[in-house]
Ligand binder design. Structure first.
Ligand code: ADP
Ligand code: ASP
Ligand code: MG
Length: 418
């Protein structure tokens, strides 16, 4: 079996959905499982809905209407007959979502978040699978929550591999096109969970692992993995081949073209990952597999914006040692601050972190009792794998460097532009 993943950008409008059909015609759809994300920026739009709900904002209703209108327009563009069953199927899903908002009693933001954002994927897969059937392809829509089981860490759930493996093995129909949701799972009480933003790539890897799939292909709006994000670097070049190890490093440092959790399950079973263009599906793209580390061998640039540079020093000039460090990291873990760079000296300790969940102020309140805390918001972290002098220069030109760290293969530079 082959596993394909189509992200939000590939299904952002009716033309996108038609293009997925064309890609499947070209790449083949027998014995294929397709994982799909929410359409376009739907997850962000649903995040706004959740925020409005908790803020008791008068804009709650209009934010819901906006998401409905967007999907309805896509339906009208795709299906000539507005009596087609897909209209009522999607309506029912929105009605379920609104019912939840009207009746929910849980004050748990993360729990509510998962119950609501999941409609993005539930609806996109309904539309895509109905469209494939409409075009004459035999399609099976699967509810991923019956397969991927997780703990109850809402918004960042951990996969229960044993249960998931049991649910998936031999339970996916062969010979036809299967379509299911990326990003979602369910916990032991069958409440919906999510695997973290951008988690659909990871869903593809979970299925591939459990199915012993032949390969995973993630279809993107770029020709493949490049040596830099083409949005920020004009001269980015395509990487033809990357080893698992190198790809894990790139994803770990933030090359957002592949979700970092995706690679480990694939590497374990040596399942190749292809990153290909949904605009030009016949082009080869990038192959992440056993073999050459990086071909062509080029410096690779990764940019992470909106970082927080925190510098901690001891109040009484005592050393920052193992026990302090473990306490500091315990707090970062507790407040879900993701550490992207560490540098320490005798009496000070600097980290570049990402505060995805907006917890830094609470964490800082505790840290400040024991340490002198200085921090700079909105800094940018550049990572250059396989750096050279010229590559470093490209990054540093016209910027103020706040911190720089060099190891054998990797250079990291923190600058204060956002
Ligand atoms: P999806 O639609 O699957 O969610 P993403 O938007 O998450 O797709 O990933 C594709 C984007 O990743 C590209 O549009 C590109 O701007 C960005 N990107 C970041 N780093 C790289 C890189 N090294 N190579 C290619 N694209 C990259
Ligand atoms: N829709 C989710 C997100 O936007 C998951 C994904 O696209 O991978 O984060
Ligand atoms: Mg994405």
């Amino acid at each position: 079996m082959r596993v394909f993943k189509f992200g939000g950008a590939s299904v952002k409008d009716a033309a996108g959905i038609r293009n997925v059909y064309d890609v499947l015609q070209q790449a083949g759809y027998e014995d294929v499982l397709v994982i799909v994300s929410a359409m376009g920026k739907t997850t962000n739009a649903l995040e706004d809905v959740i925020k409005n709900y908790f803020d008791k904002s008068p804009e709650l209703s209009s934010s819901v209407q906006e998401v409905k209108k967007y999907h309805n327009q896509i339906l009208l563009d795709l299906f000539e007959d507005d009596k087609h069953e897909v209209f009522s199927a999607v309506n029912t899903q929105f009605a379920d979502m609104e019912y939840f908002l009207a009746h929910n009693k849980s004050p748990n933001y993360n729990f509510v978040y998962d119950q609501i954002v999941s409609y993005g994927e539930l609806i996109s897969t309904t539309i895509l699978s109905q469209f494939m059937s409409y075009k004459g392809i035999q399609t099976q829509w699967l509810d991923v929550r019956n397969y991927i089981k997780t703990d109850s860490t809402y918004r960042d759930a951990e996969v229960d591999w044993e249960l998931t493996q049991k649910n998936i093995a031999n339970n996916i129909p062969r010979k036809i096109l299967n379509i299911t949701q990326g990003f979602l799972g369910s916990d032991e009480n069958n409440f919906t969970t999510t695997l973290g933003r951008e988690g659909s790539d990871y869903t593809a890897a979970i299925f591939a692992y459990c199915l012993n799939a032949e390969s995973v292909t993630i279809w993107k709006d770029v020709p493949g993995v490049m040596n830099a994000d083409p949005r920020y670097f004009e001269n980015a070049s395509l990487l033809n081949q990357i080893s698992y190890r190198e790809a894990i490093e790139l994803a770990f440092y933030g090359a957002s073209v592949i979700h970092p959790k995706t690679l480990q399950p694939l590497q374990k079973k040596e399942i190749p990952l292809y990153v290909k263009s949904f605009i030009n599906p016949t082009l080869k793209g990038t192959s992440v597999s056993k073999g050459q580390d990086l071909e062509p061998y080029l410096p690779c640039f990764i940019v992470k914006r909106n970082q927080l540079l925190i510098s901690l020093s001891s109040i009484d000039f005592s050393f920052i040692m193992e026990e302090n460090i473990s306490e500091i990291f315990g707090l970062f873990h507790q407040f879900r601050l993701k550490v992207n760079l560490i540098q320490n000296s005798a009496i000070s300790f600097s980290v570049c972190v990402e505060d995805k969940f907006g917890n830094f102020n609470d964490c800082n309140a505790i840290l400040s009792k024991k340490f002198k805390v200085d921090f700079t918001e909105n800094v940018t972290l550049y990572t250059i794998r396989h750096f050279n002098e010229q590559a470093a220069q490209t990054v540093e030109d016209n910027k103020t460097v706040l911190l720089k760290q060099i190891s054998k293969e990797t250079m990291q530079i923190v600058t204060n532009e956002n």
